[in-house]
Write a new protein. Structure first.
Length: 202
């Protein structure tokens, strides 16, 4: 009965110890960036930018109302609302770029992505102020630099994702500065039962 019990335990635990069926990506070098990657990141950014713009508009509107602005006509709050929408939309776009580019095999720096978007907003906002006599130029300068900054911040820091740690039959597996939980391997031996609690390299 014990060999059968051991076989049943191993069979039930097999998914936790199985190696991935796909070949893991190489961890050296930088992942290539294709047009499809840029499109996906931009689409994600556009979606989150819309939500961020709405949130920024709401916050700016509430602050203007609290300061005593005429929120009925909205004219006294237009500048605040425009700034709030631009900041909220710009930062949210950078977040969307990161979410669109972060996959199971590739990722980038969220800090550099947000910083790139913020720098783009600052540069674009200053340039838009200088070009305030032209509505078309202002709109372009408020949109293009934050978009370009976020895309550059992410794709210049692209790297391969570290593969998920394999569950090796212990409750806790430690490898360097990473740790993962797994299903412990239970092995009956004679009158005793052994249970692997921790494994890895130390």
């Amino acid at each position: 009965m014990r060999p059968l019990l051991l076989g049943a335990i191993l069979l039930a635990s097999a998914p936790a110890f199985a190696q991935p069926t796909t070949t893991p990506p190489p961890l050296e070098g930088t992942p290539p960036v294709g047009p499809g990657d840029i499109v996906i990141q931009t689409l994600y950014g556009a979606g989150t930018s819309l939500l961020g713009g709405i949130v920024g508009t709401g916050v700016a509107f509430a602050r203007c109302k609290q300061a005593g602005g005429n929120v009925t006509s909205g004219e006294e709050c237009l500048d605040d609302i425009a700034i709030g929408a631009a900041i909220g939309g710009g930062l949210a776009f950078a977040l969307g770029v990161y979410l669109g580019g972060d996959t199971e095999t590739r990722t980038g720096s969220i800090g550099f992505t947000l910083a790139g978007g913020a720098i783009g907003m600052a540069v674009g906002g200053g340039a838009a102020y200088l070009a305030r006599d032209s509505d078309g130029a202002m709109i372009a300068l408020l949109i293009v630099p934050p978009v370009a900054g976020a895309l550059l911040g992410f794709n210049l820091t692209r790297r391969w994702q570290q593969p998920a740690m394999t569950r090796v039959g212990s409750l806790l597996h430690v490898d360097g500065n990473r740790a993962a939980l797994g299903i412990p391997l239970v092995i009956p031996t004679g009158e005793h039962t052994s249970l692997s609690l921790i494994s890895g390299s130390f």
